[in-house]
Design a protein around this ligand. Sequence first.
Ligand code: SF4
Length: 251
Amino acid sequence: MTVGRIHSVESMGLVDGPGIRTVVFLQGCRLRCRYCHNPDTWSMENHKALELRPQELVDRLVRFKPYYGAEGGVTFSGGEPLLQPEFLAQTLRLCQKAGIHTCLDTAGCGLGSYEGILDHTDLVLLDVKHYTPEGYERITGQSMEAFEGFWQATQRKGTPLWVRHVVVPGLTDSREHLEGLEHYLKTWKHIQRVELLPYHTLGVHKYQTMGIPYPLEGVPAMEEGKLEDWNRRLNEVCCRTMTQIRKEREL
Ligand code: SF4
């Protein structure tokens, strides 16, 4: 029987997809992003994780449905939600059956064969760590191969994408880097929105609690206003309307 390992559930999320959303954080991640602020989700073995079957979780989520309004719904995040593919696919399907909009917040580093998941995903928030294999490995400690497999699956499926990219001072904030990102994303289909996310230091205390060194020690948080122009530019150049996405799917 499929059981999911859930790190935590946030009932009124406002930043992980459209509208008001319940955010379900699943346990487990194979990447080790240098700026990760959720190192407590990395291990699949967290003894504090909640264990639920798909229907048990959906029964809980349905209770929040009146708050979702026309736009909101449920977002599955992590960790990396793709590491629990069976549980994720079944839960997404049950959510859609219950009339709940489904969103997947992922770095795209899963185990392959994503069809069953994307069949029941209305929107993917795809965290693009870097656009070159070298840069990707420098930031995450892993090869870019798994990410590319997932990205290609979203392109085949025509899943609408909100692309997210964390901008770190001294690492990914140069003009050259952001132009490279623009160039990369321009070749993608089905992007609805691009969100450049300013690096912050809110999760650093977790490293201290867990007794592990923080890789970006001393790097200051990114000033939010600095990204406004780039955010506007990338959205103008790379995004499509939902009508255009539907047409792209038909081609
Ligand atoms: S993918 Fe997310 S959870 Fe995993 S290491 Fe990177 S930032 Fe952390």
